[in-house]
Design a protein around this ligand. Sequence first.
Ligand code: AMP
Ligand code: MG
Length: 375
Amino acid sequence: MEQCIGAVLREDVYAERDNPPFDRVCMDGIAINSAVLDRGVRRFTIEATQAAGAPALTLADADNAIEVMTGAMLPGGTDCIVPLEEYELSGTVVSLKANASGAPYRNVQRRGSDSEPGVPMLTSGTRLGAPELAVVASAGLATVKVSREPRFMVISTGDELIEPGRPIAEHQVRRSNAYAVVAALRRRGFGHVANDHIRDDEETLRERLTQHLSNSDVLILSGGVSKGKFDLVPKVLKDLGVAEVFYQVAQRPGMPMWFGMAPGGQAVFGLPGNPVSTLVCLLRYVVPAVAVAMGAKRELPEPLPLAAAVKFHRAVAYFLPVSIRYDEHGHAGAVPRPPNGPGDFLALTKADGFVELPPRSESFPEGFVASFYRW
Ligand code: AMP
Ligand code: MG
């Protein structure tokens, strides 16, 4: 079951038994028959002790009590738990304090009260976080059907890019994007994430992409999707039979994004190479699309109000890095952290994620509620 942490459930999970499976004691104390309180009984002899994990005892004399522990079965002949804070114990005799009270099923969780019979506790498409795994375990399931993990191939393209650790010349830049993409995917629980680098050369791209398409479910390329002379990615992908679904999105940054589906069903994302664009497109499009393809229920982004007005009014969506701040009332707000440009990766370290501001003809006032995506 531990292999299913964070996975998407692909079956409904039903209760194994009633939930709770028996009338369950939920306080340490004594179990009594509450009706005797109406007759004024305030002193009880303890007949026996009922621990959690033991079959239910039965009270022999209705005027007596059975000492009980949290999690135990409610003893037969009793219907109420008086917690130990409400009585004094002397030997085996309990004297109720003045504030002690009792009523049927006080401090008892009734059998079946947590779940409705016949209704699934979890439905297909649920992501298995901590509470969900507890439910799977409580249903008695040692194994559960989940989506297979997709195999990702993260590919950076560009003749100028140099691997960290290697010598670098003035005209070259570090290959940083691939690591940001791998990090974002690994952080989201994806385990099968490989990466590669390909030069801006048509023949090499053709060869290596053919190979990657045969070993992966999702290809995430960065760079080479704009309109420059060496932006060869869309052409090569099309030559390889990857059907273009869309090219270019009315957004800033990340306008040149490309998406297509390969004949074998593999999803191919061509993200613009500028580091801010790459990361924003990954989180805004790739991660949610993969979740849906895995059968997950739609997970909506968090709504977050702007902590300051934002001057931007154009017919494109605007992705703005922000940090979260809590005001004096404890309310969260998004503080704009605009980067210097789409290559300013350092600015992203000062932000917690980004907000999506929709296309609009007026600026965004403070308090405008935007969709927030965490890095
Ligand atoms: P491109 O989308 O290939 O036109 O690249 C746009 C800008 O992003 C260029 O300045 C590239 O040098 C830069 N760039 C592309 N890929 C990467 C990468 N993997 N890491 C860092 N910068 C990159
Ligand atoms: Mg390039």
